[in-house]
Design a binder for this molecule. Structure first.
Ligand SMILES: Cc1cc2nc3c(=O)[nH]c(=O)nc-3n(C[C@H](O)[C@H](O)[C@H](O)COP(=O)(O)O)c2cc1C
Length: 185
């Protein structure tokens, strides 16, 4: 299976990176192919709601930028992993801006192309205990990618408090869970 990991944290050695790293180890050992994309490394603009994509006036988007370059990788992925720290109660801004560009997958009659049927995984970390913010951010992904975009949510990894107060035991637990999830796909 082709897995695309979309990394929404600016920190390449942070909590998300560590959890996704364990997931990738597991997924690779099960023979899956992984692409990783760091949204903070990409140059792309926000959706301006011009509707050129849904009206079929352009192939992908009027912004000819790094999102458009990623388009085919998104289309080809069997499974997309979204990973983000909680920033002020939400996913990070660049990840949200990246996700807004998924509007290109909507057609004029509001049916979707390329996305329905894909699997997706969410990874959300926070400074506060995980039940404070991680679940509501995960809920966003479940609503929009699960219910609206008709993807199948096959795994959720959440972790709070890892950096400051988290114990080694809690960290080991989430890293093991991540690796097992990767192996199980
Ligand atoms: C700008 C900013 C905003 C944050 N907002 C929150 C927040 O609203 N709630 C929370 O629990 N943690 C918040 N945090 C802490 C991060 O979510 C937490 O440290 C996370 O695990 C970092 O993940 P990373 O190491 O993968 O970047 C914030 C951190 C930053 C830098």
């Amino acid at each position: 299976m082709k897995i695309l990991a979309i990394m929404g944290s600016p920190r390449k050695n942070g909590d998300n990176a560590e959890i996704v790293g364990s997931f990738i180890e597991g997924a690779k050992s099960a023979g899956h192919e992984i692409d990783v994309c760091h949204v903070y490394d990409m140059k792309f603009k926000g959706c301006i709601g011009c509707m050129a994509c849904t009206e079929g006036k352009v192939d992908i988007c009027i912004h000819n930028d790094d999102f458009n370059k990623m388009y085919q990788t998104i289309v080809d992925a069997d499974c997309i992993l979204f990973s983000t720290p909680v920033y002020f109660g939400h996913m990070t801004g660049p990840l949200k801006t990246f996700i807004d560009r998924f509007y290109t997958f909507l057609q004029e009659d509001y049916t979707l192309k390329h996305i329905p049927g894909k699997k997706f995984i969410t990874v959300v970390t926070s400074g506060a205990p995980e039940n404070m913010f991680c679940e509501s951010v995960t809920g966003f992904f479940k609503t929009w990618f699960g219910e609206f975009m008709k993807m199948e949510h096959v795994g959720s990894l959440i972790a709070g408090d890892l950096t400051k107060n988290g114990t080694i035991k809690e960290k080991t637990k989430v890293l093991q869970k991540a690796e097992e999830l990767g192996k199980s796909l």
